[in-house]
Design a protein around this ligand. Sequence first.
Ligand code: MV4
Length: 454
Amino acid sequence: MKLFKKILIANRGEIAVRVIRACRELGIRTVAIYSEADRESLHVKLADDSVCVGPAGTAQSYNNIPSILSAAEITDAEAIHPGYGFLSENAQFAETCLSSGITFIGPLAETIRLGGDKAKARQTMKRRGVPVVPGSEGPVVTEEAALKTAKKIGFPVIIKASAGGGGRGMRIVREEAELEKLFYMAQREALTAFGNGELYMEKYIAVMRHIEVQIIADNKGNILHLGERDCSVQRRHQKLVEEAPSPYASEKFRKKIGEYAVKAARALKYRNAGTVEFIVEPDGNIYFMEINTRLQVEHPVTEYVTGIDIVKEQIRVAAGFPLELKQPQVKITGHSIECRINAEDPERFIPSPGRITFLSLPGGPGVRVDTAAYNGCVIPSHYDSLVAKLIVYGRNREEAISRMKRALDEFFIEGIKTTIPFHKKVMNDPDFVSGNFNTGLVEKMNNPPQPATK
Ligand code: MV4
């Protein structure tokens, strides 16, 4: 077996840079693709070779399958790493790569398809003994069926889009009177957003933690879990802070949620890296939520606490090499936290693209910055607003938090607004610091509970 000689990275920004770094360390040559808005981007400068695949609009560039495959063919790339977003969870793309003789660095097309059909994934998990939230048996097609299901599971319920994920097109229904309206609203929104109006239903869990498990699998059926990440600090389904391990997790909890994740992966004949997302109730109930068939933004916190380079492993297993570790050899040591630094107004979270007129990045012990930003670069308005990921490591959570505070204070960026001030508030929030919080944290920070008055 041989590792690839050349890989094309079908992405941009920090994740393209991250993949190029892994390739460099493995002695693999790299091809960057870029849109007309990204000529001066760092990933283009760092790659060995680069190809312009189209204009700024994503449909014509980073999501343009024929253009990207042509770029791979003319540069003799043997494999494509899709990063996250764009074509990373596009089963058609994975299939087309395969039929063009190019290795897609990710799961099989059928796994991507099943993972993308949330109602079906839920059914599959239930059949295989992975706990799911009480809800519908597969899709809910009519308003009458929705009412029947809601009455069976009890209000409040949540209506989700089968083709959704990440929270888009969801509706919380608190009582029967609202059901009809919200059912049709969700259906219309799903149809517009995903071209597929199929819905399913679950009991709504109002107080929960979002805990996910990193998995990695080779092509021979070996599947490992790399522990959990806690992503409960989110706002409108946008994760803002992630950490590993979860402050909630005991060894016993980790073993249990890890086993569920591996079982979920096995049910989908999983290959390569992936993430199984769970809802965790305060009393410890664990429910499968979704499986994400890609490398995730927050993978570095798992890299810090396991010492495993997930991107290098993805490339190795895609080339056919077996996983070298066995589950007992995966050890979680210390604590890692990631803050997503977005080009956004920190108060209102609206995008703030533009030129970075001054940039000085933090460093020192236990600090990692994953970014494609440099002094003088432009953050285009066409793409997502992530400018940098600030990731820290400490021997324990306390040390990780104090390092994060120190690193946030060292982070100088001018010309655009960023979420750095928000992260400084989080690191000083009593509930965050205590580790005892849930997905309601950001809302609570913005609207603190009022003390009772006489
Ligand atoms: C849920 C839920 C409660 N109960 N499912 C799904 C996608 C993920 N990003 C958020 N999702 C949720 N699924 C059940 N059965 C709560 C969330 C959820 C959420 C829902 C509405 C508004 C804000 C939210 C924040 C975090 C999680």
